[in-house]
Design a protein around this ligand. Structure first.
Ligand code: ADP
Length: 320
């Protein structure tokens, strides 16, 4: 049955991460190829946790594109919704690891294949067969991918899927901060579930992420669940009927890349099996504790995809 399928829409790319920190791109002695892209990470997180997942997007018909499709398949994620662009190349990000621990990115997107997905290339039946449709905002930045994204959203909504949105702000990719804010909020009304990080909440509202009144300015009448992730402070949740916070697990953090994607993947892997999680606060809290556990595990290892937990690892950690 296609019933319990999570389809994740958006970009998949390769991060080139230097082997040492604190030097410029040009001075790095070497790079590690790290596959990523938030929507792709989420699809792999869902699959590793035992859920059925498909990724939908466009890759270059080049070595990197085929490597990424193989990574999806190796992780049990369907690549049936992936198309390959014959002209443009797969998106790449060149990372600088600053000595203060922050990351800086330079992107190859001139344009990259992911930006060139057209509405006609969408596998609409794949969307219609699924139960959850997850997406970000990077695919809104330029045409024709923007139209493809809006079309996919429309079809998912018509088919009655649960819509899950993680704007996953990558500010350097946008023409301006004002544009990012406007575009990210332009599809806010459509989602059933929205997850933002504390940083994104502050970017979108200009207020304090720990203040419930500030978070609730992002509430919309049709929304079923608003989540705010707070790193080592765990997460907060808001629904029509209840709100609260769930504490994080204590871990020794090595690299936070992918923690938010593991969190979302864990949440969706549970919700796709039992939608009543959205109405039952006890169930929701249990699921968010599991999502916090998966986020925490991901911070204990380098990289995004390599760090995403599988089900046995997540359960062992969660039940400890
Ligand atoms: P994002 O990657 O979107 O910025 P966060 O960094 O807030 O998201 O991480 C997502 C979730 O992962 C958090 O809600 C939390 O449960 C878990 N997490 C992240 N960082 C830590 C940490 N240092 N210790 C424990 N849990 C963490």
């Amino acid at each position: 049955d296609g019933e319990s399928l999570v389809v994740s829409f958006g970009e998949m790319l390769i991060d080139f991460v230097p082997t040492v920190s604190g030097v410029s791109l040009a001075e790095a002695p070497g790079f590690i190829k790290a596959p990523g892209g938030a929507p792709a990470n989420v699809s792999i997180a869902v699959s590793r946790l035992g859920g059925r997942a498909a990724f939908m997007g466009k890759l270059g018909d080049d070595e990197f594109g085929h490597m990424l499709a193989a990574i999806l398949r190796e992780n049990g994620v369907s690549d049936a919704g992936v198309t390959f662009d014959e002209g443009a190349r797969t998106a790449l990000a060149f990372v600088t690891l600053r000595s203060d621990g922050e990351r800086e990115f330079m992107f190859y997107r001139n344009p990259s294949a992911d930006m060139l997905l057209t509405p006609a290339e969408l596998d609409l039946d794949l969307i219609r067969r699924a139960k959850v449709f997850h997406y970000g905002s990077i695919s809104l930045i330029t045409e024709p991918c923007r139209s493809a994204h809006l079309k996919a959203l429309e079809v998912a909504k018509e088919a009655g899927l649960l819509l899950s949105y993680d704007p996953n702000l990558r500010l350097p990719l946008w023409p301006s901060a004002a544009d990012a804010k406007e575009q990210i909020l332009s599809i806010w009304d459509q989602a059933d579930i929205i997850k933002v990080s504390d940083v994104e909440l502050e970017f979108l509202t200009g207020g304090d992420s720990l203040d419930d009144e500030v978070a609730l300015t992002l509430w919309r009448p049709n929304l079923k669940l608003l989540l705010v992730t707070l790193g080592e402070k765990g997460c907060k949740y808001y629904t029509q009927d209840f709100r609260g916070a769930v504490a994080a697990f204590r871990v020794k953090q090595v690299d936070t890349t992918g923690a938010g994607d593991a969190f979302v993947g864990a949440l969706l892997s549970k919700i796709v099996e039992d939608m009543s999680v959205l109405q039952d606060e006890n169930k929701l809290r249990e699921v968010l504790r599991f999502a916090n556990a998966c986020g925490a595990i991901t911070t204990t290892k380098k990289g995004a995809i390599p760090a995403l937990p599988n089900l046995s690892e997540a359960l062992a950690f969660f039940e400890k």
